[in-house]
Design a protein around this ligand. Structure first.
Ligand SMILES: Nc1ncnc2[nH]cnc12
Ligand SMILES: [Mn+2]
Length: 624
């Protein structure tokens, strides 16, 4: 039996387990018990003092570090010696805010993808799966760890469950749920991003009580309250955001906003799109204390991770923008660990912590030779060499798409008033972050309001995949979707409620897309000429697949090739991240958090046609 299997309690952290493990580590550090292994490194970055220490021994026992110090000065005995004199050791990199669901891989395959890239721990922002199955969310995120996967996942239950009071699905979190999550599990650091800003400030908001109930439960159990401050740039909003107790923001876009939020005591988590500008801005402003700054991913597909990297890519972007490599490493290790109050376990190469170590042959270029996690080498030159348990994901994870019936073209028709030859239609554009209310006059034919490709107007729908009633919110959108006739694309990743979204040039094609996604229990479907052209399977939760990253990537690349044969409509919008071509980003165009206003959701009591302004609660017909 390996020394690791002898200590199963050191997988999911518990207080009692900590006591047993640390009592033993204490004796090992004193040389009173033999250690498993010593890893000798050429130099080691002490992220607490930002100093390089030369020729160091890291004494490892089980999955933890027992002792660190100058090579050859440990008083105890070790069973195994490993020498890496040419390599520099830095702590395992951490993600302070990542939706692993956005890799679309189950946790064991996420771990195999990101561990060789230095990422040994992740704070999982889990409102995604929580909105599919809130009650089983936590057990899902701890399953891979319980099977011995060496990556630490710290799940943060989502505040956005449901994202707004106009939506509903597989999860509903309030005070009681959050209190239970924090009470029952030391791996839960706090509350995932508070995003429904009107429900934070406005006592009249229907979600006000639920949201503040989660905040109260988090305060009660000393958890961290993560924020999401998109669109909150003015002084009043920033002060109100901080006053509410929202402790971080990962949506910062400009340097003035960054300094205002830092000064308000907000921990700033910078995402790749913003790293170049914000890092240069901080350096130009002469910032010297980066302790309230982290680099993080938020969302990145498996394909993009394989192409660019994991959090190592984030660090390289910061280094290219001028950030000293030691500071970039602190922004991936001790800074996020301290913010999340996880420093006893991760964030530094120090006694008591998990033995998570990234070994670099070139520090400036962050060239990763080896990655150690839980006290053993799991990554070598970019390849995962750790354990890959076969996890039989439970049936419930494979049965989360419940439309309740096969849809037909008629389900997507938007009826006109009798006798009308045209109707006024409300129009949405992807990422439409403004108060203006767009309308267009559209022709009527056969009793139904029609699209108009000449004006880039097509039909967009959200299909309820939870209740079994197959409720459909449908309306006209502009500047997205296929111009190619009889074509539609859709996906069961529709942030953050994760119903099915579908956009198409014909009602028949839209119905076929949804029926295909239901048949495969989640993922992408592309239909042209009423035939399924391509699919990608996300069979777990309708968000992820239990396959290796490379296999998913191959399927996604084939999908992209088919999608490239379609004529996609496009017009620039409020998001800088809205490129021409295949509209993959429509998975995020269904968000209902700050800074959205008018949105389309699946019909609910509070939004009968699904068309609602989430800032005011106002609803409106889609045609009139
Ligand atoms: N970037 C984002 N903004 C809001 N909600 C999200 N859910 C996942 N990623 C998100
Ligand atoms: Mn997020």
């Amino acid at each position: 039996m390996s020394e690791h299997t002898a200590r199963p309690e050191d997988l999911v952290i518990t207080a009692a387990g900590e006591v047993r493990i640390r009592q033993e580590l204490t004796l090992v550090a004193l040389g009173r018990k033999p250690a498993d292994l010593v890893l000798r490194v050429g130099r080691l970055l002490d992220v607490h003092t930002r100093r390089w220490l030369t020729d160091q021994d890291i004494v490892i026992h089980g999955r933890r570090i027992a002792w660190v110090g100058p090579a050859g000065t440990f008083s105890g005995t070790v069973r195994t010696r490993v020498e890496r004199p040419a390599l520099a050791a830095v702590p395992g990199f951490g993600e302070v805010h990542k939706h692993i669901e956005s890799s679309h891989l189950t946790p064991e395959h996420e771990a195999a993808m990101v561990l060789p890239r230095g990422n040994t721990w992740t704070c999982e922002a889990s409102h995604e799966l929580s909105n599919v199955d809130g009650g089983r969310n936590l057990s899902f995120w701890l399953t891979a760890r319980r099977h011995g996967v060496p990556m630490k996942i710290f799940p943060l239950p989502g505040s956005a469950v449901p994202p707004t009071a106009y939506e509903s699905g597989g999860g509903y979190f309030g005070y009681d749920e959050q209190r239970g999550f924090l009470r029952d599990n030391l791996m839960v650091p706090g509350l995932d991003e508070v995003m429904d800003w009107p429900s934070v400030w406005n006592p009249e908001s229907p979600s006000y009580e639920r949201l503040w109930g989660m905040i109260e439960a988090t305060f009660e159990q000393r958890g961290v309250i993560e924020g999401h401050g998109a669109g909150l740039h003015d002084s009043a909003a920033i002060n109100a955001f901080a006053a509410a107790g929202l402790a971080s923001d990962h949506e910062v876009l400009t340097v003035p906003e960054l300094f205002a939020k830092l000064a308000a005591g907000v921990f700033v988590e910078i995402r790749p799109r913003s790293i170049p500008d914000l890092v240069r801005g901080m350096l130009d402003a002469g910032l010297t204390d980066f302790s309230q700054v982290a680099l993080t991913t938020d969302d990145r597909s498996a394909s993009d991770t394989l192409k660019f990297g994991a959090c190592d890519y984030n660090a390289r972007l910061a280094i290219e923008a001028g950030m000293p490599v030691e500071t970039a490493i602190q922004c991936l290790t001790i800074n996020p660990a301290r913010h999340m109050r996880l420093t006893p376990w991760v964030g530094s190469i120090a006694p008591g912590r998990f033995a998570d170590i990234v070994l670099l042959s070139n520090v400036e270029s962050l060239h990763i030779d080896e990655v150690w996690a839980d006290g053993r080498c799991v990554g070598r030159n970019g390849t995962y060499v750790g354990e890959m348990p076969a996890i039989a994901w439970p049936d419930w994870t494979r049965r989360t798409v419940n439309v309740g019936r096969d849809l037909a073209a008629a389900d997507f028709a938007i009826a006109a008033e009798p006798g009308r030859d045209s109707m006024t239609a409300a129009i949405l554009r992807p990422f439409h972050w403004a108060d203006d209310f767009l309308t267009e006059s559209l022709p009527v034919r056969d009793g139904a309001v029609q699209r108009d490709a000449a004006r880039r107007i097509t039909k967009f729908a959200i299909v309820d995949r939870y209740s079994g009633k197959g409720q459909i919110g449908r309306m006209f959108w502009r500047g997205c979707g296929p111009r190619t006739p009889d074509t539609a694309v859709g996906c069961s990743v529709a942030h953050d409620q994760h119903n099915i979204w579908v956009v198409g040039s014909s009602d028949e094609a839209m119905a076929r897309v949804v029926n295909q996604i239901a048949r495969q229990q989640g993922g992408w479907a592309l239909v042209r000429d009423d035939a399924v052209l391509a699919t990608v399977r996300y069979e777990i939760g309708g968000l992820m697949t239990a396959r290796p990253a490379e296999e998913l990537d191959a399927e996604m690349q084939a999908f992209y090739r088919h999608a490239s044969t379609i004529d996609w409509m496009h017009e620039p919008t409020y998001s800088a991240n809205w490129p021409e071509g295949f509209p993959e980003r429509l998975c995020f165009a269904t968000l209902t958090c700050a800074p959205w206003r008018w949105v389309l959701v699946a019909p609910s009591d509070r939004a009968p046609q699904g068309f609602v302004n989430v800032q005011t609660g106002q609803t409106h017909p889609v045609v009139w």
